[in-house]
Write a protein that binds this ligand. Sequence first.
Ligand code: ADP
Length: 403
Amino acid sequence: MNIFVINSGSSSIKYQLFHWPAEQPVCSGLVERVGSAQATITHKVFDAQSPATPPVETQLTLPLPDHEAGLLEVVRLLTAAPSGVIQDPADIALVGHRVVHGGETFAAATLITPAVKAEIRRLFSLAPLHNPANYLGIEVAERVFPLAQQVAVFDTAFHQTLPEYAFRYALPTPLYTEQRIRKYGFHGTSHQYVAAQAAAYLGQPEARLITIHLGNGCSMAAVRGGQSLDTSMGFSPLAGLVMGTRSGDLDPSVLLHLLGPLGYSVEQVNTLLNKESGMLGLTGANDMRDISAALAAGDARAALAYDLYAYRIRQYIGAYAAVLNGLDAIVFTAGVGENDALVRTRVCQHMEFFGLALDESKNQQRLPGLRELNTPEARVKILVIPTNEELEIARQCAALLPA
Ligand code: ADP
């Protein structure tokens, strides 16, 4: 069986095809600048026999007026020589869609029905940047793959296990009951995937874990027995850690000060906090590779930004060790977490109290797959686990099928 995973953005479509139940990635790709005359598609076909072989890549630049044109072009790449991997769109049995916001309605992956689509539409107001684009991907895929079952996998779903005292804000109750203002949490698919990998590696289904997803967006979760007990993002992905371009936690009075005395508009504050803050605001760059190069060159702003970034993560480790009443492992994942040894060093420094002890020589090694970076005698494991949100989405889709 073939499972096709789609992550539809406002002007992009990310996709991956898996053979199931082998969990074998067949091809993946990215359509960018949808809606322009100079759209691009990068399509990669993997070698089924030897996964270590680099994929065969096709690059296209072409006009793509809309998402439907984009997905039809992807179907052409999937079916036609030389990149073809299936005969016909009907060979795809399941399409899994990443949907950012599932509100309080969706605590797990869900087969898409007209009622589910209506609910995703109702959630547009909670995730105006993401859900409409995800929804568009669903509608287009229903037309392009009419015989496939469509499944929605929500970024918020994994965090629906938070207890009420963790997800509520101390605001008047009607703002929760009527306006749905609460902590939802995001990156759930990634936290769920690495937490499951970590528990399996430790041989402890009940493991107390802190999962640390550090990509462009950054978030942490406190996970026990495979359940999320708390997470650092909130009502939106803006809360919590310092991110590439987002501020993370902030005294709400700063917003009032910006909107009042400083005369910012709501739109300007939105742009400031989401697109111009975080590491970009502190250093002028948002990619950690550039910031670590600046640090190596003696840039003081980069040094402060690294300290601030790591300090915030350390604060959350302390908080979540309390939430979990102890700690078996912390897990680093995503672009920065998997690759940036200096961030891991800074995060794990002076944390002996929590039982964390990093083996710096293991930390510096660049190896693929799951790695253990703690010293042999350390009480708490320090793991690097590459995230794989596409595979997790495909697994959750497959699990919905009757056995
Ligand atoms: P997303 O959150 O968009 O899925 P990723 O998980 O791919 O992002 O992470 C992207 C970020 O990872 C980049 O912006 C960059 O800062 C960081 N990154 C990627 N590779 C490295 C590396 N070798 N060293 C340090 N940081 C890296």
